[in-house]
Write a protein that binds this ligand. Structure first.
Ligand code: SAH
Length: 261
């Protein structure tokens, strides 16, 4: 295995982790499975000896972790974003189980996309606005009485499935099975697409522009938001537009802005 591990384009993003031991244990779980890119959003206590100690032989993963101050920075250049969640949320989002999540991650990396998998705070998981930045949510099935895994254990399960999915793909298989493994659920917009997919940063710019325009034309009332912007985010994340499609939409919004002014 090279220094970058097996999955250089797959990053694990831990959001506002409070216990440094969990960062170390997560790093170990990752490296065991060949995943080595770790992003820490505003960690509670880091750098930390405890994190290095708990990582055992994955100290390199801890030491190379990229520390950022918000989730957008961690996601900016990613084209596929998956959020983990221990419970049902109010607005349903496209859901994956760990195995189908891993298939999307491996297919995403194979098609040249950067992939981020978001993990939440020990105390209260990911916030809604963080979950709404994701194309998919993944839930690890559990016993009914207790659905919340320890953070590093959740990282272990997700990374284990990623390694399994990539090992499966190395086994020769017929064309149909191969096609299924690469199907990312958007018809033909997978490996052979002509334009690069929009990144998280492209999408944030689009959403800002859209929100501003909807307010300008008085379609959206920030004083009474209901779920309008969440539903629009969910729709665009389901489509997963490419960069040219986002540019067309931005041009269309600019034309509206010009007309209104
Ligand atoms: N009490 C929090 C759970 C925090 S567990 C809540 O109710 O949301 C810390 C993190 O571990 C979660 O944010 C998620 O990233 C991961 N995790 C824990 N259990 C999980 C599960 N069953 N499925 C997916 N991710 C899980």
């Amino acid at each position: 295995m090279n220094e970058q591990g097996l999955f250089p384009d797959v990053r694990i993003v831990l959001v506002e982790t409070s216990h440094p031991g969990n960062i170390g244990a997560a790093a170990r779980a990752m490296k065991n499975m060949g995943v080595t890119s770790l992003y820490l959003v505003n960690p509670g206590d880091f750098p930390s000896e405890q994190a290095v100690y708990r990582s055992v032989s994955a100290a390199d993963v801890v030491e190379n972790a990229v520390v950022v101050s918000n989730v957008d920075e961690a996601l900016a250049d990613c084209e596929l974003i998956i959020g983990t969640s221990a419970r049902d949320r109010r607005i349903p989002w496209p859901m994956l189980d760990p195995k189908s999540c891993a298939e999307k991650v491996v297919a995403g990396q194979a098609s040249g996309s950067k992939v981020a998998i978001l993990f939440g705070r020990e105390s209260r998981g990911l916030k809604n606005d963080e979950l709404h930045k994701c194309h998919y949510h993944v839930n690890i099935p559990t016993g009914e009485a207790y659905s919340s895994l320890n953070l590093a254990m959740a990282v272990q399960v997700i990374c284990y499935e990623i390694l399994q999915a990539s090992l499966q793909q190395q086994v020769p298989c017929d064309d149909k099975a191969m096609a299924e493994a690469h199907d990312d659920g958007r018809g033909s917009a997978g490996e052979n697409w002509d334009i690069k997919l929009a990144t998280a940063q492209d999408m944030e710019h689009l959403f800002e522009h859209l929100e501003k325009t909807l307010i300008e034309i008085e379609f959206h009332d920030p004083a009474n938001p209901r779920q309008l912007l969440t539903r629009l985010r969910r729709m665009f994340n389901r489509i997963r537009p490419d960069q040219m499609e986002v540019n067309i939409l931005r041009g269309f919004l600019t034309a509206i802005n010009n007309r209104v002014r």
